[in-house]
Design a protein around this ligand. Structure first.
Ligand SMILES: N[C@@H](CCC(=O)N[C@@H](CS)C(=O)NCC(=O)O)C(=O)O
Length: 217
């Protein structure tokens, strides 16, 4: 199975972690937006990452890929069984993909990803504007973060999507400044699947910086 994308994206990391939790081997394939390969375009006609190819089947969108993986590899499940926690997990996936991701991408792109990977100037004004929007979302999360365990009781899509966004945000902001969030994130980071994806992410960033492949000029 191929996943097209770059792992600093919260959406790409989300599907890489889900695949790792389910023990599915994936190949990370190039999705450089300004130089899209025909293979990437075939899987993602609107040039958004991630996209997936599994045999002759292609699919864009992290949540669509998440549920494809969950249907094909049900163990461990992505969603809790009970109505309340299932609803909460789906809400937190949406919260991560919209409210949190918008500010996380603004902070990370303008403070780190643009300058380090794309050769763009650091844009503090845009980063500060995104950071101002991140704080209410981080306060909301701090209230939800449990003293022990996971965001929707069972470890679920909620933890994966929200922590994936915080990892992107961490490229430009201390995401462990709030104690309950920090303790929950440490439990996440201790999981083997997260360690595996963090290693892949570090190696991919180092490779991109060394080759200059993602630079737009
Ligand atoms: N809803 C999509 C969002 C994907 C998305 O916005 N990806 C960004 C990278 S973080 C992207 O591909 N941006 C390229 C562009 O906007 O042209 C998902 O969950 O996969």
């Amino acid at each position: 199975m191929q996943i097209f994308g770059f792992p600093t994206s919260p959406y790409v990391r989300k599907v890489l972690v889900i695949a790792a939790e389910k023990g599915v081997d994936v190949e990370l394939a190039d999705a450089t937006p300004h130089k899209p390969t025909p293979e990437f375009l075939a899987a993602s006609p609107f040039r958004m990452m991630p996209a997936m190819r599994d045999g002759d089947f292609t699919l864009p969108d992290s949540t669509a890929i998440a549920f494809y993986l969950d249907a094909k590899y049900p163990d461990p499940p992505l969603l809790p069984e009970g109505a309340k926690m299932r609803g909460r997990a789906i809400w937190l996936d949406e919260f991560a993909d919209t409210i949190l991701a918008n500010s996380a991408r603004g902070v990370a792109f303008n403070r780190y990803i643009g300058p380090a990977l794309l050769g763009l100037p650091r844009n503090d004004e845009a980063a500060n504007e995104a950071e101002a929007k991140a704080h209410p979302a981080l306060d909301y999360l701090e209230n939800l973060a449990p003293a022990d365990g996971w965001l929707a009781e069972d470890y679920s899509l909620a933890d994966i999507s929200v922590a994936s966004c915080l990892k992107t945000l961490s490229y430009g902001l201390d995401v462990k400044a709030r104690p309950r969030t920090a303790a929950w994130l440490e439990r996440i980071e201790a999981r083997p699947a997260w360690k595996k994806v963090a290693d892949l992410e570090r190696d991919t960033i180092e490779g991109a910086i060394a080759s200059g492949a993602h630079r737009s000029s």
